[in-house]
Design a protein around this ligand. Structure first.
Ligand SMILES: [Fe+2]
Ligand SMILES: [Fe+2]
Length: 292
């Protein structure tokens, strides 16, 4: 992560810290048995929980309904930058994590490990493409957005918060918390209206969804748009806003999640070998030029 932000604005030493924290909340049972003892997980929690907690405090405080609307108006114009698709991946890689250079892979390696794990399991090629691009929206950081407006668990805004969202106690700091409409169960929405009619907190999921929405099948779009909506896909919250289509799509979001969380490996994939496959894949599912 570039160091040009104030620490109180960006408490995480790197964006990966949020994702590493997800592993303490949702550990892979196999990973625990093979590589890490429960003790080590606890050690990790002690050293990083505070920064993650501070991060969520900011996230829950400032992700108001108005803030999200403002960001949508700004970013969904896609007037920030235009670049060939492979340059977009290079652009993303400017998000270098200098806190822990020995163990952390760059952003592209995480994308490639996710897509390769999906490919190894024989899933359709559009899902491999989803793995490859799912975090591309993190370029928001390079446009000057603070960490709390790019990563972290996402949740609906404009209605009551679920206590299944991580650190729910911090929502009392949000100015929407006492709003007479936004604080009601359904808020600005109708019961069972479907997630497509629900505005989510702003971040890299929603942004990449809009970039990819003309090109990727519906199941893949759900994976992109809701991969950080843990309160839904892991905790089963917000059922009152769902429709049958969301319920049918949930299994795809759940299918994707372990590839994102548990595919990290210190050995980088062999890009030279993989390149021809990915060039074809990208040509099939992404525009030659990406507009941010
Ligand atoms: Fe992500
Ligand atoms: Fe990811």
């Amino acid at each position: 992560m570039k160091a040009d932000f104030l620490p109180q604005t960006n408490p995480l030493e790197s964006l990966d810290e949020w994702e590493d924290d997800l592993l303490t909340r949702y550990p892979d049972p196999e990973t625990i048995v093979q590589n890490k003892t429960v003790e080590e997980y606890r050690d990790y929690e002690n050293t990083t929980r505070d920064t993650v907690k501070e991060f969520y405090k900011l996230n829950h405080t400032y992700q108001t309904y108005d803030f999200v609307m403002q960001k949508r108006n700004d970013y969904l114009k896609f007037d920030k930058k235009k670049m060939p698709v492979w340059s977009a991946f290079e652009f993303l890689n400017q998000l270098v994590d200098d806190s822990d250079p020995d163990t952390d892979l760059d952003q592209f390696q995480h994308l490639l490990q996710t897509s390769e794990a999906i490919r190894r399991d024989g899933h359709p090629d559009w899902m491999v493409a989803v793995g490859l691009i799912h975090d591309l929206g993190k370029v928001l950081c390079l446009f000057g957005e603070p960490q709390w407006a790019v990563v972290g668990d996402t949740f609906p805004v404009g209605c009551a918060y679920s206590d299944k969202v991580v650190y729910p106690e911090f929502f009392s700091l949000n100015s929407d918390y006492n709003n007479e409409v936004y604080s009601t169960k359904n808020g600005v929405y109708e019961e069972g209206c479907g997630l497509r009619n629900v505005t989510m907190s702003w971040g890299h999921d929603e942004y990449i969804y809009h970039i990819a929405k003309e090109r990727i099948p519906e199941e893949g779009l759900y994976m992109l748009r809701y991969h950080s909506f843990y309160a839904w896909h892991r905790e089963g919250a917000y059922d009152h806003l769902l429709d049958d289509h969301d319920r049918a799509m949930l299994k795809w979001v759940k299918l994707f999640n372990p590839y994102d969380l548990y595919s990290k490996n210190p050995t980088p994939p062999n890009w030279t070998e993989l390149k021809p496959y990915y060039e074809d894949l990208v040509a099939k599912y992404l525009p030659a030029e990406i507009r941010f």
